[in-house]
Ligand binder design. Structure first.
Ligand SMILES: Cc1ncc(COP(=O)(O)O)c(C=O)c1O
Length: 397
């Protein structure tokens, strides 16, 4: 039977007949944040011209400032994009690559972002250097050493995740950014799972580029992400969409704002909800965001340990490399091949027969299937116990 919901579940409009263990894929937006988005949209539609001309600039700048404060970033380099895929593409497609240049990417990277690297290297005669990293990690050096030792005088960029998507590993990105950049190579941080899941201090991190989603762990409406470009790299980056700002004769800081802020008519409400969402979610638990991240981390460890016990395997990484998501190997003896278009059969069974929403990811890079759990404050221990019982019943042990 579907377990009883956690105390904070009522703040989300999630289907009560589903056990939702996949916050990681697309987030989930609380009712109050959706109401705020509705309020903004209604305000806009009372008089769209007045909204764009008079109201939206201040609201937009307020969102830029609040997110910059939350992430300790220079607001002058903060811009909004629809999602992390767009952020990654914006940087890669602004690079002037030469034949022979190399871009480093670990094999745990998100495939869409890896594809964007391949696209720019293939069209310019440059090379994508894929670093093989095991799934089972004893300590950070298993990740750091192969990446750092792949750097040579042809390396121009490395793309490093904060938390890897298929394998759910909290990467040692702070150390990696330092070690890579001190060797003269820029880092593009893919923080798709960034704000609200790991502490981010963008000034301290000092990466040339970082992009991240707000619609995952800050729970804003979908289509709200950021791209932050360090001061010394700003002039070289253009938004994917060239608009009015390109021909504007403005000082560079204002031109940057105009080029990135006005890329044509669109609904700005997902980004304008960021300040409300930061404050709303942060207010749901005493202790705010730090406590939320710790609580989710502890819950993910609880769920992972239970799954490991159920599947009779040991935890694949030290606890410090778990954020609010964790993947474990799903028992599977055959070649995994590419992910089936109509969904992984185990995922489909878990959803159709047990009403559990949890990803089972075929990862051809490692020829493994991973089952990845997420923990958000609406989840309860019973959710993971129910998943574990359902797996026992599916696997028949
Ligand atoms: C590491 C990583 N990068 C990029 C993305 C893409 O995010 P979006 O679909 O919001 O662009 C994801 C999505 O889960 C991800 O996990």
């Amino acid at each position: 039977m579907i377990p009883k919901k956690g105390k904070l579940y009522k703040h989300w409009g999630l289907d009560p007949n589903t056990v939702f263990l996949n916050h990681g894929s697309f987030g989930a937006t609380p009712i109050a944040v959706l109401d705020e988005q509705d309020r903004i949209r209604r305000l806009m539609e009372r008089d769209p011209v007045h909204f764009v001309e008079r109201l939206s600039h201040e609201m937009w700048q307020d969102s830029i400032n609040e997110l910059s404060k939350f992430l300790n970033a220079d607001s002058g380099g903060m811009s909004f994009v629809a999602n992390a895929t767009t952020g990654v593409n914006t940087i890669l497609r602004s690079l002037n690559l030469s034949k022979g240049d190399e871009i480093i990417v670990p094999d745990h990277a998100y495939q869409a972002c890896r594809n964007a690297i391949d696209f720019v290297t293939e069209r310019s005669g440059a090379r994508t250097v894929v670093i093989r990293i095991p799934f089972r990690i004893d300590d950070e050096s298993d990740i750091i050493d192969p990446i750092v030792s792949a750097i040579n005088d042809k390396t121009v960029l490395a793309m490093i995740d904060t938390v890897s998507s298929p394998t759910g590993i909290r990467m040692p990105f702070e150390k990696l950014v330092g070690l890579i950049q001190e060797r003269g190579v820029d880092v593009l941080v893919d923080a798709a799972h960034g704000p609200g899941i790991v502490p981010l201090n963008i000034r301290k991190l000092n990466a040339a580029y970082i992009t991240g989603n707000c619609h995952k762990w800050i729970c804003t409406p979908k289509g709200s992400a950021f791209l932050h470009i360090r001061d010394d790299r700003r002039e070289g980056v253009k938004p994917l969409t060239i608009g009015h700002g390109y021909s504007s004769d403005l000082p560079s800081a204002e031109k940057f704002r105009m080029e990135f802020d006005w890329t044509g008519t669109r609904d700005p409400s997902p980004w304008l909800c960021i300040p409300f969402a930061i404050s709303h979610i942060g207010g749901l638990i005493n202790g705010g965001w730090e406590k939320i991240m710790n609580k989710n981390h502890e819950m993910a460890i609880f769920g992972r340990d239970l799954l490991c016990e159920t599947l009779d395997i040991s935890p694949p990484t030290p606890d410090s490399m778990v954020s609010s998501m964790s993947s474990v190997e799903f028992p599977w003896d055959e070649d995994v091949g590419p992910a089936p278009i109509d969904g992984d059969p185990i995922h489909n069974t878990l959803f159709d027969e047990y009403r559990i929403q949890v990803p089972v990811i075929s990862w051809p890079n490692h020829n493994r299937k991973y089952l990845r759990i997420s923990a958000q404050i609406y989840n309860s221990k019973e959710d993971y116990e129910y998943l574990s019982d359902s797996l026992i019943s599916i696997l028949g042990s």
